[in-house]
Design a protein around this ligand. Sequence first.
Ligand SMILES: NC(=O)C1=CN([C@@H]2O[C@H](COP(=O)(O)OP(=O)(O)OC[C@H]3O[C@@H](n4cnc5c(N)ncnc54)[C@H](OP(=O)(O)O)[C@@H]3O)[C@@H](O)[C@H]2O)C=CC1
Ligand SMILES: CC(C)CCC[C@@H](C)[C@H]1CC[C@H]2C3=C(CC[C@]12C)[C@@]1(C)CCC(=O)[C@@H](C)[C@@H]1CC3
Length: 402
Amino acid sequence: MRKVVLVTGANSGVGHALCQRLLQEDDGLHLCLACRNPDRAEAARAALLASCPSAQITAVQVDVSDPRSVLRAAGELRRRFRRLDCVYLNAGIMPQPQLDVGALLSGLFSRRVVHMLCTAEGLLIQHDRVTADGLQEVFATNVFGHFLLVRELEPLLCDGDSPARLIWTSSRSAQKAKFSLQDFQHRSGQEPYSSSKYAMDLLSVALNRKLNQRGLYSSVACPGTMLTSMTYGILPAFVWTLLMPIIWLLRFLVNGFTLTPHNGAEVLPAEDARGAGQPAVRCPCWGHRLTEEENASRLLLISPQCVRQTGGSAKGQSLGVAHCTSTMQSTEPGGQVWLFRQRPESLDPLSKYLSTATGFGSTYVTAQKMDLDEDTAERFYHSLLELDTHVRATLQGTGAQS
Ligand SMILES: NC(=O)C1=CN([C@@H]2O[C@H](COP(=O)(O)OP(=O)(O)OC[C@H]3O[C@@H](n4cnc5c(N)ncnc54)[C@H](OP(=O)(O)O)[C@@H]3O)[C@@H](O)[C@H]2O)C=CC1
Ligand SMILES: CC(C)CCC[C@@H](C)[C@H]1CC[C@H]2C3=C(CC[C@]12C)[C@@]1(C)CCC(=O)[C@@H](C)[C@@H]1CC3
């Protein structure tokens, strides 16, 4: 049976590049594009079919910022499919971003330049708005709409014969300091984007705790800074073009500048196109290439350096991938993706996986521990459940729930 993969925000940017890469790896997929604008969805479908005519591609209309639309789309998906193998929760916004040029200029000559350019910490504010349902738009789009979608799609994702996956497009901008459990919609701050991406990281952790035993696994991916309509909202296209020589130079310092959606999607594709038993991972600190046996058992030999990071276990001891937070590179020529070819059970639910670029533009994947604790994740999850109940009650009151 064909695997079914759903991608939100599939009509542009990294979502569209992801779809292209998924089809390049496996044209036997059924790809379902979840987009808010049917014309853009159709254009994306036509473009994907042009490069992969044998693919099965459908579309579903959904505005993830609107709970009615999410419930209706989920109903349609439940009618169309008996199972979903993978859902990419990718649609996202960063409305009316405003760049602090002074902070940028002073940051460029400070010791925190690399961190600043990777995360935009202290550089950007946004102007959020309140939706017709009384939700903050950035939170509603980036987090809550996707939370509702996952809850509604549970029957298609859980308790199947093989594990199903959720993959969140998060960001290096996710920042603990911008998130508050008391104000998780970020009503009072000016950095709703960073807050929403941190909320997403928390939610992924909580979902793993709730749903792993039912065969659903959630992972967090960060594509790095790319030139897409989101970043063209910060600086006009011609300014980006003028900045390109500087950006290419900065790339030798800033490994988060993936720049193209294709590069940004490095970490995302999830299909195990090559199957088990093929060496795919090595720890670059040691340069150890996995044997077939290690790869099949999904254990990773960790270098002494990584062992130090993981608390002093013996050198050469086999540890689960879960314990290795070091850089791990694709061993394949051409830099194909390795990460999500791993069995989801073997990934660390407390790490996020980042598309990363070298100065010369080749891409690889790194892993980073998330700056969060599971207790906060649990409490946030309960806050979302309460909001879910409240929103559904309001929709029922207005007779809008399907
Ligand atoms: N660009 C970057 O540097 C980075 C981006 N990201 C993340 O990548 C993801 C994709 O962004 P990117 O590709 O850059 O930007 P794009 O603006 O190109 O893509 C955003 C996608 O999300 C869709 N979308 C937005 N709002 C809604 C909504 N309410 N309902 C349904 N779909 C919606 C857009 O649809 P439409 O065409 O209709 O607007 C579009 O398809 C986002 O989550 C973003 O936060 C993470 C790190 C860096
Ligand atoms: C000379 C400089 C390279 C000029 C560019 C300055 C800024 C416009 C960029 C510097 C860091 C960038 C950045 C993002 C957007 C553009 C910058 C602020 C993001 C916020 C885009 C969306 C994300 O999710 C983040 C990971 C990016 C972090 C870095």
